[in-house]
Design a protein around this ligand. Structure first.
Ligand code: ADP
Ligand code: ADP
Length: 232
């Protein structure tokens, strides 16, 4: 479903070019919860920015649902991006909007009519168990509640994949568990593929069926999580 082939990203904005992603290959199947782990500087953020195409890869391809994201520009890229829902470490919510409005926002941008938006937002808020907070502003929510809004918003465009970028790194252990349980449920019930980018091994061990270890821009090991971690 997602095929990353010979993907490289070289930053050449300084005197010496820096290879942040070095010809990596990844196969992610539909329904996977695929972990990508690595220490700080390994290239995780660069990989995220290449997959959602905030950055253009230097070479290689990122094929999602048969479309090569690396090649796209302009309107075609904006369209293809709907396949990817983003969940961020710092939630990236609009503080001036209510929970309802935050989740409705991407649907409004898409030009969906108000009734359809309303139905959809209510469904999503029910899924993340935040119906009672729909009129509240993010400032009055706990970290875990904010991330549930982030997840509902990420799901709003009916993506086939959720790209979770350090989604639990700002949360305490108990809240982390609750968010991981929610992500697992979404994967199971909606069939959404999850890519979980993290520096936390425990997160991978807890929910990922497959994992790739990123080091200095290279995948040094990948496979079923049980196999990869019994080798350590
Ligand atoms: P991680 O997210 O795993 O900490 P990054 O992708 O942020 O890793 O960084 C990988 C490497 O690329 C690092 O050496 C970092 O300094 C470098 N890097 C990241 N972003 C840029 C950029 N915009 N320009 C130049 N170098 C960058
Ligand atoms: P606009 O600014 O384009 O008029 P709004 O976002 O203010 O759109 O509201 C659009 C519709 O979304 C409203 O008519 C209402 O049905 C619904 N809506 C907005 N906020 C809420 C909310 N907090 N709870 C329930 N429904 C809401």
């Amino acid at each position: 479903m997602i095929k990353i082939q010979n993907l490289s990203k070289i930053y050449d904005n300084s005197k010496r070019p820096l290879v942040a992603i070095d010809s990596i290959n990844l196969d992610i199947d539909k329904g996977d919860i695929f972990g990508i782990v690595g220490l700080s500087g390994a290239g995780k953020s660069t990989l995220v920015r290449c997959i959602n195409r905030i950055e253009k890869p230097s070479s290689g391809s990122i094929i999602i649902n048969g479309v090569d994201m690396a090649e796209l520009e302009g309107k075609a890229l904006r369209q293809a991006r709907y396949a990817i829902g983003m969940v961020f470490q710092n939630f990236n919510l609009f503080n001036s909007k209510t929970v309802y409005e935050n989740v409705a926002f991407p649907l409004k941008v898409k030009g969906m009519d108000k009734n359809t938006i309303h139905q959809h937002v209510m469904d999503l808020l029910e899924k993340v168990e935040l119906m009672d907070k729909k009129d509240v502003h993010p400032m009055r929510l706990s970290g875990g509640q904010k991330q549930r809004v982030g997840i509902a918003r990420a799901l709003a465009g009916n993506p086939s994949v959720l790209l979770c970028d350090e989604a639990t790194s700002a949360l305490d252990p108990k809240t982390t568990d609750q968010i991981l349980t929610l992500l697992k449920r979404i994967n199971k019930e909606l069939g959404v593929t999850l890519i979980v980018i993290t520096h936390e091994m425990d997160v991978v061990k807890s929910i990922c069926n497959k994992v790739a270890i990123l080091e200095n821009g290279c995948i040094i090991e990948s496979g079923e999580t049980v196999d990869v971690f019994t080798h350590q």
